[in-house]
Design a protein around this ligand. Structure first.
Ligand code: DP6
Length: 332
């Protein structure tokens, strides 16, 4: 490792109004805007060191030379083009959460990679520009550039002209103290990668357009519920939006089904919690794990109830976490 390496740390985010579908694949432009909470657990720590003497990029993820590192290499090519520097890089990344199990590991991964690579190659980017860069690696990564609640604006134009208008920024929130309780049902890799699943949903699901339209409305209502600190409405919108997204996939050809029996058992438990007077609402990404939004004070009770579900392997309580940061003392 050379002295010029830069290390960045980023956290995953969970969307309350989801991103599902691109209008422009090459530029990573989404069909709809989305809004997430950055977590304070499962960080990804990534070090990038330009290696002038090397013949190719070397990518090590969780201590192992990464087989599927083509996406990382393509992303580094983008950084090299922007920085007008040709050197390959040595990349080492450690992910504290389960990779590719629907827990937003690509979001933390590409946010950390974008920040470390931009800095290591001498690009000076503000938060908004960094979010646009991270977006090119993985859409949801643009939101992990910021902490707390974050909106990713879809923008309107396509191609290079659409790039500037599709960025993330923090959103104002009222007096809310939320927690997200993660119920892990399965930490294995997913059967259909989300990128492929999105493509198929857009191309074949008759429900997709309806969801995308109602998502815009969800986004407006979510922003105002957050501003008012109305956690119940925030949760209701989040659960509605996520189940709608899964409905679009179930109606794709062939169907994509990330929800497992375990996911449904957790959804039942969330409904029981609500029936018992606890404010708790579920959201689910492209995998079987369920994330439950509740008030911070209720998190121990919600976590205990989710832990009682047979197929739940582990439960983690997360609060709002920070945006991506260069590890002090190691940046340049
Ligand atoms: C279900 O950001 O992983 O988590 O842009 O193709 O890399 P790519 O997709 P990715 O998709 C995340 C989808 C989601 C919803 C969300 O995080 O908004």
């Amino acid at each position: 490792m050379t002295a010029a390496g830069v290390t960045a740390v980023a956290y995953p985010n969970i969307a309350l109004v989801k991103y599902w579908g691109k209008r422009d694949e090459q530029w990573g432009l989404p069909v709809t805007g989305s809004l997430s909470m950055t977590l304070d657990c499962f960080p990804t720590t990534t070090r990038v060191a330009p290696a002038p003497g090397a013949r190719a990029d070397r990518v090590i993820i969780n201590g192992q030379t990464a087989e599927g590192a083509a996406r990382v290499r393509r992303f580094l090519d983008l950084v090299r083009t922007l920085a007008d520097r040709p050197e390959p890089a040595m990349v080492e990344s450690v992910n504290a959460g389960p990779t590719a199990a629907g827990l937003a590991s690509s979001a933390a991964g590409f946010a950390a990679l974008a920040a470390a690579a931009a800095s290591a190659y001498g690009l000076r980017l503000d938060g908004r520009a960094l979010s646009r860069l991270a977006r090119r690696g993985s859409g949801s990564a643009c939101r992990s550039v910021f902490g707390g609640f974050v909106q990713w604006h879809a923008g309107t134009a396509d191609g290079p002209a659409g790039d500037a208008g599709s960025y993330a920024e923090p959103v104002p929130v009222g007096a809310v103290e939320p927690a997200l309780v993660v119920a892990m049902t399965d930490t294995g890799s997913k059967a259909v990668p989300s990128r492929e699943a999105m493509r198929r949903t857009l191309a074949t699901s008759p429900l997709y357009r309806a969801w995308a339209e109602s998502s815009q409305d969800d986004l407006c209502r979510l922003r105002s519920a957050l501003r008012q600190g109305d956690l119940g409405t925030v949760g209701e919108i989040a659960e509605h939006n996520a189940l709608g997204m899964h409905a679009t996939m179930l109606a794709a050809r062939p169907a994509i089904r990330y929800l497992s029996g375990a996911s449904l058992a957790v959804l039942d438990q969330v409904a029981s919690l609500r029936a018992g007077g606890v404010l708790a609402y579920a959201t689910i990404d492209a995998g079987p794990n369920v994330v439950v939004l509740c008030a911070r004070d209720d998190a121990p009770r919600v976590a205990a109830a989710l832990g009682e579900v047979d197929q739940v392997r582990s439960v983690h309580v997360a609060g709002p976490g920070p945006g991506v940061a260069i590890r002090q003392g190691e940046g340049r």
